[in-house]
Ligand binder design. Sequence first.
Ligand code: ATP
Length: 379
Amino acid sequence: MASNTFSRQQTAQHGSAGVRTESSVTDPVLSLREVTKSFGDEIAVDGIDLDVERGELLTLLGPSGCGKTTTLRMIAGLEEPTAGEITLADASVAGNGSFTPPEKRDVGIVFQSFALFPHLTVSENIAFGLTDLDQDSIDERVTALLELVDLPSHGDKRPEQLSGGQKQRVALARSLAPEPELLLLDEPFSNLDVRLRVEMREEVRSILKEAGVTAVSVTHDQEEALSISDRVAVMNNGQVEQIGRPELVFEQPESRFVASFLGRASFLSSQLSGDSLETGIGTFDAKMLEGYNKQYDGIKVDVLVRPDDLRATTAIPEETNGRVVSRQYVGPSFIYRVDLDSGDTVHCLHNHAVNFAVEERVKVQLVADHSLAWYPQSD
Ligand code: ATP
């Protein structure tokens, strides 16, 4: 059992941990080594290495079919790896010829559907897995959990009397009740409507942090992953393409796939020349590129630009460098798609008050005040 599950613990908070990278995991609760799962000829998970730090919330993020659910199921013990080893709390639970069944692993699962028992009250649902305790201890634990999930007066209600968000909090409380070493969350917000989803992200993160539990969640929603996680593992084709803090994977994606999956990405086809970066929207100091050094002089690169890195303005015809080809209204802002004369297509984010017509010629400028990710064109 995990210790101190209900006490407020010092855990790395999103954004403040700052330097947590895969190599800085010092006290892993869960480790995967070269874990592979094949279904017949199909390799669903392809040699994954992963460490999850005590108290951390790690999210597996990726498109449909990339292998994230299969990975979660192997951690839970619902699938057996074809190869590799899984270690949970210093004990091998799969690999090297051994396999620990799910009920013998100290793992809690929050299912997409919440899977509450409709005929039991909220308190009875939460107490369901507490078979080893006497009644007083059960009552004490249930009361503490009802407080933790902010439902202190809902213990006697039945699931049908609860809202979607309340049901989710009960499902969380029930999974936390036996103080599992590890909590798994399978697309935890997919059953909630859009408005509630955003609200519950913050709520769930704060409950998990208050409980101090180590957790792995799975989602294909990049905004959700970035907002709730301490670290995100971006998966593609059964492999982890990049793992790191949300800010790191978003701002310094190591591949075009990660760049494009995490939000809208455009690429400026560019030439490095001396200390200059020549692009279709002007020449810039090559030091703008993340990790640039002179050994890259002379090569062609693709520079990642997101819509908020660029701005379109009206200009005299000789100064324009592109043509607006479409515009998307997203409430407070417009995203303009611009075909540059250089051949690249980029997106520019503007306040809703800035109004360009489709076909209008504009001057696109770089307004990013951070270093830019880039990829050699031969990649
Ligand atoms: P989604 O977001 O759609 O759930 P995912 O990233 O979770 O996708 P998985 O469910 O892990 O992906 O599936 C990875 C691959 O393994 C897919 O191509 C899927 O068809 C295949 N797969 C998963 N489970 C099985 C199974 N029981 N039998 C055969 N193939 C499977």
